[in-house]
Design a protein around this ligand. Structure first.
Ligand SMILES: [Zn+2]
Length: 393
């Protein structure tokens, strides 16, 4: 058999196979088509209320290019009970598509590769929550023969997980806290997909790295490498609910601020940490606490607002902060769950992650845009880069 050149072989083969399948389709109950793009959702989204007053669905669409042709994803439509909830164009996809194992996005889906498309669907105000989601994905394979270059596939059908969202108290008390790397489009937590024990997990999907500004808008004042320079250092981390202490780890030393720790083992990444069992298979993690500061013990029943420990810089941490998240298991190999904080105020907005990183690196004031009067929020997830006050009890 004559073989065309290498780059065209696979698309031609696919086209031939498609013809063969069509020819024999009468024997099957439904028509069979080749679907070289495989779409799947591993963890169904749990809808929650964001601090923007909208219900969000945050999840990952797995996209596998099961062909030998490089493709560009041109369009993705998210369908909720058949209605289009969100439409992403090529530029949107470039920002959200992350090949397996990469910590950066890429617009192309190379041959024989798998990628995760990180989705954040904010429902229109007042819209009902769909029962089912599916996806319509259009890709271009430029090397394929004319007529086969653009194709669309439907898939990734998933239910919506309606388990109750944890309604919790604040993890800190006071003013000028920053919800850094919070939901839903920040890279460091929402996209922290990790292969653990044979399955990819996004336990930090809804994590926040809480930082705090001083009266001059600075994350730290004084020498960068000194723990005491940081506004948040030593602030009490508080129990977000009446709960039971599931596990705790102590004894990790403080890291030197400003220096990225190297050679941190997975088990040491959280540093000194406490996990609370909130009930209904929901667990709250407090990470990077000061060594020797943990004030609870394993099995203890804690009360809402009780001091758990003090904010520090242990484990995989470059500056003192409180990493807080909720998962379905007390482990890194778990599914990150949304939560809603019962009561807080938004007093300002950070210009964004880039400005935050610069303020954290230089100790320079963050150019906060004030929200005046402060916006009172009840029962919502604090979204990314907000300046927040938690009322003192
Ligand atoms: Zn974190």
């Amino acid at each position: 058999m004559h073989m065309p050149n290498r780059s065209l072989a696979a698309p031609v083969l696919l086209a031939l196979l498609a013809l063969m399948v069509h020819a024999s389709a009468g024997r099957a109950d439904e028509q069979e088509n080749l679907t070289p793009l495989l779409l799947a959702v591993q963890d169904a989204p749990v809808p929650f209320m964001g601090s923007d007053g909208r219900v969000h669905l945050v999840y990952e669409l797995w996209v596998t290019n099961f062909s030998s042709a490089d493709t560009t994803v041109e369009k993705v439509e998210v369908l909720g009970d058949s209605a289009v909830l969100q439409s992403l164009d090529t530029a949107d996809v470039v920002r959200r598509l992350q090949p397996a194992g990469l910590r950066q996005s890429a617009g192309t889906l190379a041959k024989s590769t798998q990628a995760l498309l990180f989705l954040n669907v904010a429902l229109a105000p007042g819209a009902g929550i769909p029962r089912q989601l599916s996806h319509r994905v259009t890709v271009r394979a430029s090397a394929a023969p004319p007529g086969h270059q653009v194709f669309t596939e439907n898939g990734g059908t998933t239910g919506v997980d309606r388990r109750p969202v944890a309604l919790i108290g604040p993890p800190l008390h006071g003013d000028h806290f920053i919800s850094a790397d919070s939901c839903c489009d920040a890279i460091r937590h929402t996209r922290a997909a990790l292969p653990i024990n044979g399955r990819v997990r996004v336990s930090q999907r809804f994590a926040v790295d809480w930082e705090q500004l001083d009266a001059q808008g600075r994350i730290y004042a004084g020498p960068r490498e000194m723990l005491q320079s940081y506004t948040i250092f030593g602030k009490p981390a508080l129990a977000v609910a009446n709960a039971v202490v599931t596990s705790l780890t102590d004894g990790f030393p403080e890291q030197t601020p400003g220096k990225y720790p190297s050679d941190i083992a997975l088990a040491a990444a959280d540093g000194n940490s406490v996990t609370l069992d909130l009930g209904d298979q929901r667990y709250a993690l407090y990470a990077h606490l000061q060594p020797g500061s943990i004030k609870v013990h394993r099995g203890e029943r804690v009360k809402l607002g009780q001091v758990i420990g003090l904010v520090g810089n242990s484990g995989n941490s470059v500056a003192p902060h409180l990493h807080f998240h909720v998962t379905d298991r007390p482990a890194l190999g778990s599914n990150g769950l949304p939560y809603e904080i019962s009561d807080f105020q938004i007093t300002g907005r950070s210009p964004g992650t880039e400005a935050f990183d610069e303020a954290e690196a230089k100790g320079s004031p963050l150019a906060v845009k004030p929200v005046s009067p402060p916006q009172a929020v009840k029962g919502a997830m604090p979204l990314d880069q907000l300046i927040i006050s938690f009322a003192t009890r």
